[in-house]
Design a protein around this ligand. Structure first.
Ligand code: CAA
Length: 384
């Protein structure tokens, strides 16, 4: 076992963190206030390769390993979780899924454009009446000659309004239950559908979350991703990759909470000394450090399995569950340390706290991760 980062991983760490500090963090508050999608940031990230980290170079990516992918994702999450969410969907739910399940033509057509940021992608699984119980999705796909006709509604779709390419799941044979679910790539220019941006979110205000409205959307069979009926497995495999990215981003949020707390606690005085010199404040910081480092190691362990190309569902769920929970605690501690100042957006910690909340909901709630981990531990399916 080797806990050291390789030379390449160290260089990526430096590059990603310097980029995040210079190009992402300074505008985070204003984007959040204005609910402005981070197009400007994405434009700067694309030439460095950060929109396609783990995608092989032959398809337009950087070809980095999964630990490096986590390092980049953590750095971006440390600066702005709205940007990180946009990126997680782009890379982990859309690009990696096309890489794994796409035909050679689908990979050559879409991956270079996604990696360059010419095309933003979204992942359409969740529906107004179907979230955790994803096997029961109601969107339908009916065969019509060489095409499919898709109908249904998707909701809470990150990047939904800005995406030119939607990876959407619909049931082609509802009588077969989840074995009818089929995955489709929808090229929005050729197969138009409507979207409606959602507003009033607690956090991630500069990321885009939308409804997708699919009314008789005609999709060529050439845009089907994987075999008919394999859509649910494709969705689950995509989430194994998406949850890894969420976990790495959550570690970044926790690290940002530590950085802000140390900066504040070492300069703010109370009772005649810096508040960092008070034991109860140090305890809050120590808890944050311990939990953040443990979460980072869990992420790297899942990444190590992904590098080996072996199953990592269990380890990814453990990392996602733990990192999501500790990020929330770290951000809460950070507000406690900042006192009243932590309650305003003069300091970044209130945004961190709001943004951290969704980690415990999206890409599988904390309870869904526990269900997956519990199944592995007991061999018993609690769903039935
Ligand atoms: N990889 C590949 N295949 C998998 C898999 C995985 N990780 N997990 C399950 N499968 C396969 C199973 O082998 C099974 O195959 P067979 O039908 O051949 O037997 C099939 O999928 C059904 O699996 P389960 O019996 O385990 O299904 P289940 O009904 O018990 O559900 C679940 C499992 C874990 C609860 C799953 O439904 C789940 O993860 N739900 C949460 C959904 C979710 O995370 N939604 C997030 C939406 S995306 C999002 O948030 C996007 C965004 O924009 C931010």
């Amino acid at each position: 076992m080797d806990f050291d980062l390789s030379q390449e991983q160290q260089e990526i760490h430096k590059l990603a963190n310097e980029f995040a500090d210079r190009e992402i963090a300074p505008g985070a508050r204003e984007r959040d206030r204005a609910e402005r999608f981070p197009w400007d940031v994405l434009k700067k990230m694309a030439p460095i390769g950060f929109l396609g980290g783990p995608i092989p170079e032959e398809y337009g990516g950087m070809g980095v390993d999964f630990i490096s992918h986590a390092i980049i994702t953590e750095a971006i999450g440390r600066a702005d979780s709205s940007v990180r969410t946009t990126l997680s969907v782009q890379i982990s739910l859309v690009e990696i899924t096309i890489l794994k399940f796409g035909t050679e033509e689908q990979k050559r057509t879409w991956l270079p454009r996604l990696c360059k940021g010419e095309v933003i992608g979204c992942f359409g699984l969740t529906e107004p009446a179907v979230g955790s119980d994803a096997t029961r999705l109601q969107a339908t796909a009916k065969r019509d000659g060489n095409d499919w006709i898709l109908n249904g509604r998707k909701t809470w779709i990150s990047n939904g309004s800005v995406a030119k390419l939607a990876l959407v799941f619909a049931n082609a044979d509802p009588a077969k239950g989840h074995k009818g679910i089929t995955a489709f790539l929808i090229d929005r220019e050729k197969s138009p559908y409507r979207s409606q941006a959602l507003h009033g979110k607690l956090g991630l205000r500069s990321s885009d979350s939308s409804e997708l409205i699919l009314d008789n959307v005609r999709v060529p069979d050439a845009m089907r991703l994987g075999p008919v009926g394999d859509g649910f497995k494709i969705a689950m495999a995509a989430l194994d990759s998406g949850r890894y990215s969420v976990a790495a981003g959550a570690v970044g949020q926790a690290q940002a909470a530590i950085d802000a707390s140390v900066a504040y606690a070492t300069q703010r005085h109370a009772f005649g000394k810096p508040i960092a010199a008070h034991q109860l404040v140090q305890e809050l910081i120590a808890d944050m450090v311990v939990e953040t480092e443990a979460a980072r190691l869990l992420v790297y362990r899942a990444g190590h399995l992904k590098n080996k190309g072996v199953a990592s569902t269990r380890e990814t769920s453990i990392a996602k569950l733990y990192a999501g929970e500790i990020a929330q605690r770290a951000c809460d501690n950070a507000i406690q340390i900042h006192g009243g100042y932590g309650f305003s957006d003069e300091f970044p910690v209130e945004r961190l706290w709001r943004d951290a909340r969704v980690n415990r909901l999206y890409e599988g709630t904390t309870q869904i991760q526990k269900l997956i981990i519990g199944r592995f531990a007991t061999g018993i399916d609690a769903i039935g």
